[in-house]
Design a protein around this ligand. Structure first.
Ligand code: GLY
Length: 279
């Protein structure tokens, strides 16, 4: 019918990282509530995902932004990525003095370049007026010189869907513990730590090397799009078939309808909301 427009029910899902750490469920829900507030007021998935991600980056219980884990040399370097279901992407890698790398990644969405790394990323962020502030970071217990301690690569991630049906995935991390300063994890690599396309998005968290080798987010997306698997079954397949059980890994995903779904082979706080429900 001419003029008819089909509205989508807004929804959001977020996670606070796969792996050991403090109880962070309530902290995570603060971010989900913020996204829900934006979406139920008619705001965009982009705004909801970015603002929720900033809340998680600003909360020191999460390994992202302010709470980022130190690298083996004591440096603190942050990564972030963002992708929209209609084909835009932005990512930043190993940024110094950047407590909110997601804001820099989001600023790249409408640029000709997709990604920036290290010093060049910071120079570009300075030109755009992004906050530059030393991030103290968190030292994992016994990190320096102690290879016996537990490795974790938790991250934060948010996927939002708005009433127009737009979907956006945003992820951010300080990286994996016990890793050198030049190391690149899954978070800024399209298809590895995140993928969003045509109403479906996936975000991963955990040991970045395992996630990257599996191209986990894209593989789960592809499996679901094949129509032979439900979103939940694709995520279970991804975790069980593509990831060795000794690697702590989790995922969240959100499709064109319904709430999101989270799965992990370790602790992973996650929370989802769909308009009309409570968090
Ligand atoms: N998943 C975060 C990292 O490995 O860097």
């Amino acid at each position: 019918m001419k003029g008819a427009c089909k509205m989508t029910i807004p929804a959001v899902i977020a996670h606070g990282g796969a792996g050991p750490g403090p109880d962070r469920q309530e902290n995570l829900e603060v971010a989900v509530r913020k996204a829900a507030e934006i979406l139920s007021a008619g705001g965009s998935a982009l705004d909801a995902a970015v603002q929720a991600c900033v809340i998680l980056e600003d909360d020191p219980v999460f390994n992202a932004g302010t709470g980022s884990v130190m690298r083996t040399d004591g440096s603190v370097l942050t990564d972030a990525s963002i992708q929209t279901g209609d084909g835009k992407v932005g990512f930043v890698i190993a940024m110094e003095d950047t407590p909110n790398p997601i804001l820099v990644a989001a600023d790249l969405l409408d640029e000709e370049i997709n990604g920036l790394t290290s010093q060049g990323a910071r120079i570009w962020a300075d030109e755009k007026g992004h906050v530059k502030r030393k991030v103290q970071g968190v030292s994992p217990k016994g990190q320096i010189g102690d290879s016996q301690t537990e490795i974790f690569g938790d991250t934060v991630g948010v996927i939002a869907r708005d009433k127009e049906g737009a979907i956006v995935v945003a992820t951010s991390t300080g990286g994996c513990s016990h890793r050198p300063p030049g190391r690149v994890g899954d978070v800024p690599l399209p298809g590895s730590g995140f993928w969003a396309q045509e109403g479906l998005a996936v975000a991963a968290t955990g040991i970045g090397e395992a996630i990257t080798r599996a191209l986990l987010s894209y593989k789960v997306y592809e499996k679901t799009k094949s129509m032979k698997f439900s979103l939940e079954d694709s995520m279970k397949w991804g975790l069980e078939s593509l990831i060795a059980p000794e690697h702590s890994v989790g995922m969240i995903a959100l499709g064109p309808k319904g709430p999101g779904f989270g799965i992990s082979n370790t602790d992973m706080p996650w929370s989802t909301w769909e308009d009309g429900t409570s968090i």
